[in-house]
Design a protein around this ligand. Structure first.
Ligand code: PSV
Ligand code: MN
Length: 430
């Protein structure tokens, strides 16, 4: 039995308040979906099977390049982060796994961490290696790069950290390594594009050799930041080339914030799916750059269009199951609230994508009926699937209204009594 941190009695009490309106809304939606020959209970079970991983680093206040304003009761270590993630999972009922970052979350005793997480009903998702920041006492600096650095010793140090992530992940039960590097240049001429890509491929192939057979290696591209002129894995094209060079276990990971503002991300998703190289996602939202805002908070239609591609691909090939993760920075909200709502927003887009009338869409496409095709998509997007998400949570002993229940629990003030206030002043994460 998992030891949850929000009492079941509180969830039951909260649910009593909204039970009647939930049932009424559910009935109404069932009728509406039935008219479209869709079964609401099928959609509820799809929502129940939906999972998105929580980034351990998202549980603390993120901050910007300029400042970080720590919140009350911030997690002190990976164990507190596991606690917060378990609250997110208990209240969203769709986030049972944690993606951790090394060395930020390096456990002294990985077996103890695994048991602790299991006890909270959590498991470990992809491991992440941080070679974009120097740590105290580190021998070689990553100021001028890591896996693509001109110096062999620096590259080897970065390779070693990735191998350490794999070894730790094996104990924790993880099955994937996500590699994102900050390597790049700030000035034209500063680096030789071709040679730095060659060095990156050489380093990643050494990591790849250490990957267990049942693991995947996710490569994450990013257009800029911290490098502002060029990055080594700048775009999905470079990512695809690298993943293809490495082999089948290497897959591309799409972080929604890592593209130029006007790029058609859903089309990139489709291309990578077509060539069997889409391995995973980092969901977030943005208006200008890698803003790391809450998923679905700025452009929910784009999120839906991405899921439209994912769901279509999964209907065509049931084995297609990319890894879903959130990757956000919470600067002005309680990270637990943001992560609950964001997880649910991705689940919402997933269910809305299942409402798309695929047969009608096919006909509209063949007949070049552009307006009808667009209406079919908008029709699904406009459908309020909230009662389906509520029912999926209810079926897992979760709350109908997670935000209300979280605030009623006073979890943040309770933990802030034992978690000391962190001094402000530093800048935030990348
Ligand atoms: C980089 O911006 C990134 O998206 C990568 O996934 C990192 O691992 C994460 O953010 C945390 O900084
Ligand atoms: Mn990311």
């Amino acid at each position: 039995m998992s030891e949850f941190l929000i009492s079941n009695d509180l969830i039951t009490q909260c649910n009593e308040i909204s039970a009647k309106s939930h049932e009424e809304d559910f009935e109404k939606l069932a009728i509406l979906l039935d008219r479209k020959s869709l079964s609401i209970s099928d959609l509820v079970s799809k929502a129940s099977n939906y999972n998105v991983a929580i980034p351990s680093w998202g549980t603390g206040t993120g901050g910007t390049r300029f400042a970080r304003y720590p919140g009350k009761g911030e997690p002190r270590d990976i164990f507190d982060k596991v606690d917060d993630c378990s609250v997110i999972n208990q209240l969203s009922a769709c986030t049972p796994s944690i993606s951790i970052h090394i060395p930020w979350d390096r456990p002294k005793d990985p077996n103890k961490l695994k048991d602790y997480a299991q006890n909270r009903g959590m498991c470990f998702d992809a491991m992440n290696s941080n070679t974009f920041q120097d740590q105290v006492g580190q021998k070689h600096s990553y100021k001028y790069g890591s896996l693509s650095h001109t110096n062999l010793d620096t590259r080897n140090q970065a390779i070693e950290l990735n191998i350490e992530c794999i070894e730790l992940g094996k104990i924790l039960g993880s099955k994937a390594l996500t590699v994102w590097i900050g390597d790049g240049s700030n000035f034209p001429g500063q680096s030789n594009f071709q040679k730095s890509f060659e060095r990156y491929l050489d380093s990643t192939s050494k990591i790849y050799t250490n990957l267990p057979d049942d693991w995947l290696m996710f490569l994450e591209h990013k257009i800029y930041e911290p490098a502002f002129y060029s990055t080594v894995i700048q775009d999905w094209g470079s990512n695809y080339l690298a993943a293809t060079e490495l082999g089948n276990k290497a897959q591309c990971l799409v972080d929604l914030g890592h593209h130029a503002p006007t790029v058609n991300i859903e089309m990139i998703v489709s291309r990578l799916i077509q060539f069997k190289k889409l391995g995973g996602f980092h969901f977030n939202d943005s208006k200008y750059g890698d803003d790391d805002l809450d998923s679905g908070s700025i452009n929910p239609y784009q999120l839906f269009l991405v899921f439209n591609e994912l769901v279509q691909a999964n209907l065509e090939d049931h084995n297609f199951k990319p890894a879903f993760m959130l990757d956000q920075s919470h600067n002005i909200t309680d990270p637990i609230e943001s992560l609950i709502i964001s997880a649910i927003e991705t689940q919402r887009a997933f269910i809305q994508a299942h409402i798309v009338d695929r047969e009608a869409l096919k006909v509209a496409q063949v007949e070049n009926d552009a307006l009808m095709a667009s209406e079919i998509l908008k029709n699904a997007f406009r459908t309020d699937v909230t009662p389906i998400l509520e029912k999926a949570r209810l079926n897992s002993n979760g709350p109908i209204d997670p935000l209300y229940c979280y605030r009623k629990s006073k979890y943040r003030s309770i933990v802030s009594e034992v978690r000391p206030i962190i001094a402000p002043g530093s800048s935030g994460i990348v």
